[in-house]
Design a protein around this ligand. Structure first.
Ligand SMILES: *[C@@H]1O[C@H](CO)[C@@H](O)[C@H](O)[C@H]1NC(C)=O
Ligand SMILES: *[C@@H]1O[C@H](CO)[C@@H](O)[C@H](O)[C@H]1NC(C)=O
Ligand SMILES: *[C@@H]1O[C@H](CO)[C@@H](O)[C@H](O)[C@H]1NC(C)=O
Ligand SMILES: *[C@@H]1O[C@H](CO)[C@@H](O)[C@H](O)[C@H]1NC(C)=O
Ligand SMILES: *[C@@H]1O[C@H](CO)[C@@H](O)[C@H](O)[C@H]1NC(C)=O
Ligand SMILES: *[C@@H]1O[C@H](CO)[C@@H](O)[C@H](O)[C@H]1NC(C)=O
Ligand SMILES: [Zn+2]
Length: 795
């Protein structure tokens, strides 16, 4: 059933060459020791391309006869990668991608265009398609009806339209793509079709606890339409909770109260005149329940190849209709609730924040709407099973069983998408063009590099998830790391999330690239970065790599800090356009270029260093920190307090009143966790320092007659690298997390109730949150097991 095409068929990467695996190397070594003659022959058969190392000033002096030596030193490669990316090129790519609609599965010409550019740059590229279940918008309507008292005696009271929402974003003269004939309507991915007419309730951010507050306040929710603000949690989870409570529809609006200082209320000019949000801007987006499983909802855990069996989608996507609206459209609907039901003042503090429409007369009363007011919500979606297309490029390295994958998604909710995702697509093209220049100078990477332009990310990380599900055996065997850039830039501030194994490389590359901010001349991206590396959550294409396949991943890019006065990023709206980008987001495209350089160097460091530059010590230290964090949480549960920060997260999940299991025994069991983490730390330190020694040796120039030392060094490097490569896999738990078996990683997962944010030790933390201390004890056992396993693997 679970048909897997061998990789070689589509992307032309050979299966690992057996003679490079270290078991066989070991055999060769034995032979070598026994007979110098045989050993000499063996020596010439070995992949010696990675000797000497990066520090060596000249091309390889040794190479097997007949095989051309690598023509570039690392330093020369680095220069090419830092000099090739150019602003005008990034602008050219961005302009192309953002000049027409490219919704998932809808723009094949952008697929072939991407493939052709990559081929032109000298990289072999193929199109890899999946048949996926997906929706496209047909129609929508949102109208407020009022029952008007009839003036004439004897006539029935009639429902009249009091307000008809435009559900359209303003067409701006300055911004071409906002006026395209074929522009994409406002809608939600994976939303249900429906036509409902009902009273409505304002539900704040629509978190679990927001709904609980309404229940506490005796607001009846069943049969009503929820009007929620964007923010706090993933939008699909707002719809899910409304649906679970028997509500019949959801309307989600953007509140300018969440836009920081650049608001109309503060007198800031609005787009296109200024950096503030255009009042008609609408956030499209997916409502898939992605914290349970991303990818095609009809094929959880296996690739959506034509003809595969399809699962029912009921638990993966909403069954009630939902639509996104602008704040202009929200104002009359919210104002009509003034004076009806509780006001924020009578509710808790979470209802009193960021009320950005107060200055427009909205009191944020909860409702429900009075008897003479109802909303009509119509959402018409067409569901189809249709091809999505990834473009996959490959540069074969000397080693085919050590692979670096880098990727960005191509699909957008709108014709534009200059920030999300095509700032990343433009940067990716510059990265590939740079590697192409290196190839033309005779360079060949040590490790194989795979480039991906994913489709269908926006609907639920579909292209990347299906691809990982298809190639999981090969990726498990060969993939060293995945480097994701979704949004390369929407503002000037660098941000990153990563598996701690990759912290070291990340910290190195940010020091190698000049910041476009030259307030202090010569400062690097690293110099103006706060240095914070967030934990891996979800919300982009690294999810299947990190959380399903156990491949260390990183995601980075430049974002705005709206609180610090950066232009408001009008996410998933028509104003995420080329014009916006070149005027406010990244005038001159300097941050695009910086992102391309960071990405290329990150890739090159991972692909070229003889010893893979992962750092296990950083992982062990981080793990011990995560254990302490969970312990702090547990201590708080014992004495019954919570921190402010936990408060926010707790808003997103249900409260459990009755505890089961023994909390004190659980607390004691944390000793075992720390002990195992300590064991891992010791093993990691030993491994890293051995790796550092080998890296040092690899940089030395060994005379030819020291062939035996050379052979031994190669053997040891292969061994160290293989341990680094498989370390992250040790944190996978076959059965997956409770209630969401697709998520296999015991350390990282998206928060079950928040959707985006990274949760550490999700199984354990969810059990503690649910006061199920027996289940938490089970998770302590599982985590302890993975820590010992990981420590053992490094010895
Ligand atoms: C990579 O190497 C394999 C095996 O040698 C070969 O079949 C494949 O065509 C190569 N792919 C590329 C992109 O060079
Ligand atoms: C695909 O994108 C291109 C360029 O971005 C655009 O010109 C074209 O109209 C789009 N095609 C479709 C079918 O939307
Ligand atoms: C929605 O349902 C109402 C009542 O059944 C009907 O009058 C209206 O035409 C429907 N709207 C659409 C767009 O189908
Ligand atoms: C909700 O209803 C219950 C029972 O009818 C009542 O005891 C309680 O005071 C009400 N709460 C509010 C906030 O009105
Ligand atoms: C630009 O650099 C200066 C000097 O380092 C720093 O104070 C400022 O915060 C930076 N601004 C941005 C947007 O990075
Ligand atoms: C690995 O990380 C640790 C802790 O950050 C650091 O002390 C050590 O030098 C690093 N090792 C290598 C080889 O980079
Ligand atoms: Zn994106």
């Amino acid at each position: 059933m679970n048909e897997r095409t061998p990789l070689i068929a589509t992307i032309h990467v050979a299966p690992p060459r057996r003679r490079y695996t270290h078991n066989i190397l070991r055999r060769f070594c034995t032979i070598a020791l026994a007979s110098a003659l045989v050993a000499l022959v063996v020596l010439f058969l070995l992949p010696v391309a990675f000797l000497p190392g990066q520090r060596h000033p000249k091309p390889h002096p040794i190479g097997p006869p007949g095989q051309s030596a690598n023509a570039l030193t690392f330093k020369e490669l680095q220069e090419i990668l830092l000099e090739t990316p150019k602003e005008h090129k990034a602008q050219e790519w961005s302009k192309y991608y953002t000049s027409g609609p490219h919704l998932a599965g809808k723009n094949y010409s952008q697929v072939t265009w991407t493939q052709e550019r990559w081929q032109e740059f000298g990289i072999k590229a193929d199109i890899v398609a999946y048949d996926t279940y997906i929706n496209y918008p047909l129609g929508h309507r949102l109208a407020l009806y009022e029952k008007a008292k009839s003036k004439d005696v004897g006539e029935v009271d009639a429902w009249k339209v009091k307000f008809e929402a435009s559900l359209e974003e303003d067409v701006l003269e300055e911004d071409e793509t906002t006026g395209l004939e074929n522009r994409i309507p406002t809608f939600h991915g994976y939303s249900a079709s429906g036509n409902v007419t009902a009273p409505y309730v304002y539900v704040n951010y629509g978190t679990y606890q927001d709904f609980e507050d309404l229940i506490q306040a005796n607001i009846s929710l069943e049969g009503k339409i929820a009007v929620a603000k964007y923010g706090g949690i993933f939008r699909g989870l707002k719809v899910k909770r409304a649906q679970d409570l028997g509500m019949v529809g959801t309307v989600i609006f953007t509140d300018p109260g969440d836009d920081g200082d650049n608001t109309d209320e503060n007198g800031v000019d609005l787009y296109p005149e200024g950096p503030g949000r255009n009042p008609s801007s609408v956030q499209r987006g997916s409502t898939q329940f992605l914290s349970v499983a991303p990818g095609d909802p009809t094929t959880p855990g296996y690739p959506s190849k034509p003809g595969v069996p399809r699962q029912p989608v009921d638990s993966a996507i909403p069954s009630i209709p939902s639509i996104p609206i602008s704040y202009v459209d929200a104002i009359p609907i919210l104002t009509a609730l003034n004076g009806h039901g509780p006001s924020p003042k009578t509710l808790n503090k979470y209802w009193q924040r960021n009320l950005g429409l107060k200055y427009k007369g909205v009191e944020y009363n909860v409702g429900p709407s009075p008897d003479n007011l109802v909303l009509n919500l119509v959402n018409e979606q067409e569901y189809v099973t249709t091809p999505l297309w990834n473009v996959i490029g490959v540069i074969n390295g000397t080693l085919l069983d050590e692979v670096i994958v880098i990727g960005n998604h191509r699909d957008a909710w709108i014709a534009g998408g200059a920030g999300d995702p095509n700032s990343g697509s433009a940067a990716l093209n510059e990265v590939i063009r740079s590697f192409g220049v290196a190839l033309s100078k005779g360079w060949k990477p040590l490790r194989t590099i795979v480039f991906a332009s994913w489709d269908g990310e926006e609907y639920g990380l579909i292209g990347s998830t299906e691809w990982v599900e298809e190639y999981i055996p090969w990726l498990t065997h060969a993939n060293v790391a995945y480097i994701n850039v979704d949004v390369a830039t929407t503002g000037p501030r660098f941000g990153a999330q990563a598996s701690p194994l990759l912290n070291k490389v990340l910290n190195e590359v940010v020091q190698l690239v000049q910041s476009p901010n030259q307030t202090i001349p010569g400062q690097t991206v690293g110099d103006v970065w706060d240095g914070e590396i967030r934990t891996m959550g979800s919300g982009s294409d690294f999810t299947a790599f990190q959380d399903f396949a156990g491949i260390p991943s990183v995601d980075f890019g430049f974002k705005p800090d709206e609180g610090a006065g950066d232009a408001v990023y009008q996410y998933h709206s028509n104003y995420d356009s080329y014009h916006w980008m070149n005027t406010y987001g990244d005038p001159g495209f300097h941050y695009h270029v910086a992102a391309a350089k960071l990405w290329a160097l990150f890739t090159a460091k991972l692909s070229e260093a003889p010893v893979i530059p992962l750092n296990a010590t950083d992982y062990a230290i981080a793990l011990d920190g995560y254990i302490s964090n969970v312990e702090t949480k547990l201590d708080a549960a014992i004495i019954g307090t919570t921190s402010e920060e936990e408060d926010e997260e707790a808003r997103a999940r249900p409260t459990t009143l009755a505890a089961t299991g023994d909390i004190h025994a659980l607390k004691l069991s944390f000793k075992k966790l720390h002990k195992a983490a300590h064991k891992l730390l010791k093993a990691a330190e030993a491994h890293d320092s051995w790796a550092a020694e080998l890296a040092e040796e690899a940089g030395e120039d060994l005379p030819w007659w020291k062939w035996l030392s050379k052979l031994k060094l190669i053997y040891n490097i292969r061994k160290v690298n293989s341990k680094y490569k498989f370390l992250e896999r040790k944190f996978l738990h076959k059965k997956g997390l409770d209630g969401r078996p697709w998520f296999k990683h015991v350390v990282f997962a998206p928060g079950l109730w928040t959707g985006y944010a990274g949760a550490v030790f999700p199984g354990l933390v969810e059990a503690i949150d649910g006061k199920d201390y027996g289940n938490a004890a089970k998770w302590v056992g599982i985590i302890e097991g993975t820590l010992w396993h990981a420590a053992g693997s490094l010895r």
